[in-house]
Design a protein around this ligand. Structure first.
Ligand SMILES: *[C@@H]1O[C@H](CO)[C@@H](O)[C@H](O)[C@H]1NC(C)=O
Ligand SMILES: *[C@@H]1O[C@H](CO)[C@@H](O)[C@H](O)[C@H]1NC(C)=O
Ligand SMILES: *[C@@H]1O[C@H](CO)[C@@H](O)[C@H](O)[C@H]1NC(C)=O
Ligand SMILES: *[C@@H]1O[C@H](CO)[C@@H](O)[C@H](O)[C@H]1NC(C)=O
Ligand SMILES: *[C@@H]1O[C@H](CO)[C@@H](O)[C@H](O)[C@H]1NC(C)=O
Ligand SMILES: *[C@@H]1O[C@H](CO)[C@@H](O)[C@H](O)[C@H]1NC(C)=O
Length: 264
């Protein structure tokens, strides 16, 4: 009879203890749910790790303590209403099994285990401009996409869809586009590694080129006008001077001629 009671108790305990799996990305935040029912008033909350009683966050006698463990200093928040635990700025060390035990005002006791998986995001690839130039055939754009991760596969998307050719060489992917689109194009480089993927956007178009041109024009247009005005001024002055010189010379010639005529 005793054995049966024990068995029932053990079975009961096993039933009460549920285990779930949660996964999140390194550097991000995750909230682990205590499993408390809505409206359940919690008087005691204990979050622990290592499967033993290494508490990391607790609610005891109305006091919250979330700085119980070095690894989690200043990275935990305990919601006393729901019993949920938020871990900020996840690191790969946080990947372990968490145990939560909650006791409500009716004395009901619940335990739950949560296995946390910390995934690493794929590094976002980098897009670099190789060349953007306006040609007679249209706007020519050449870009380069690379990743700090080894052995990634690249793919490109261009919007609006355009005639593009791309190839991947030695860990970099090159794309070439010739377009007549006036608004420019949006390029997306997608890097994948296994089941992970990351992408980077890049806007490019020849409006950059016309901007450069107008920039150049602004830089040269004022000197150009100053040049013209100066030119006109100098020419006028020169003409004026010439006229004086020529008049003087003519005057002198006339004087000479008059002198020659008046002398016998
Ligand atoms: C994580 O939480 C912090 C603090 O609340 C917040 O500033 C940050 O944006 C969160 N990060 C993510 C990825 O949600
Ligand atoms: C109990 O927790 C401590 C950390 O406080 C840890 O070093 C130890 O390995 C844990 N014991 C078990 C059985 O997991
Ligand atoms: C493309 O990017 C990679 C990595 O930044 C760089 O080593 C390479 O020189 C670039 N190629 C060109 C043509 O810019
Ligand atoms: C490929 O890249 C590696 C390192 O980035 C470099 O040592 C090697 O010379 C490159 N090979 C070619 C064919 O460019
Ligand atoms: C990147 O490529 C992967 C695999 O082809 C795909 O599942 C994912 O949706 C792509 N992401 C973007 C932003 O295009
Ligand atoms: C890259 O693509 C090739 C062919 O689709 C595939 O065999 C290979 O596993 C991919 N590599 C990675 C790192 O995803």
């Amino acid at each position: 009879m005793r054995l049966l009671t024990l068995l029932v108790l053990v079975l009961h305990a096993v039933q009460m203890e549920t285990q779930e799996k949660v996964s999140a990305y390194a550097g991000e935040n995750v909230t682990l749910a205590s499993g408390a029912k809505n409206g359940q008033s919690l008087v005691r909350i204990e979050w622990s790790v290592y499967g033993n009683t290494t508490w990391i966050a607790t609610l005891h006698n109305g006091f919250v303590n979330t700085d119980r463990h070095d690894q989690f200093q200043k990275r935990l928040a305990l919601n006393t209403r729901s019993g949920d635990l938020t871990i900020y700025h996840l690191t790969s060390k946080d990947a372990m099994t968490y145990t939560v035990e909650i006791i409500d005002s009716n004395g009901e006791d619940n335990r739950k285990k949560i296995e946390l998986e910390v995934k690493q995001r794929l590094q976002v690839p980098t897009i670099e401009k190789i060349d953007i130039s306006a040609t007679q055939e249209g706007c020519f754009i050449a870009l380069n996409c690379s990743s700090s991760e080894k052995d990634v596969n690249f793919s490109w998307q261009v919007s609006p869809p355009s005639m593009a050719s791309w190839s991947t060489k030695n860990g970099s992917s090159y794309i070439f586009v010739l377009t007549n689109s006036k608004q420019g194009l949006l390029f997306t480089c997608n890097s994948t590694k296994g089941d992970k993927s990351a992408h980077q956007d890049f806007s490019a178009g020849c409006d950059v080129f016309t901007e450069e041109l107008s920039h150049l024009r602004n830089r040269f247009i004022i000197p150009f006008y100053i040049g013209i005005v100066l030119g006109i001024l100098i020419t006028s002055v020169l003409i004026f001077c010439c006229k004086i010189v020529i008049c003087n010379w003519r005057g002198r010639q006339n004087l000479k001629r008059e002198a020659a005529v008046s002398s016998p």
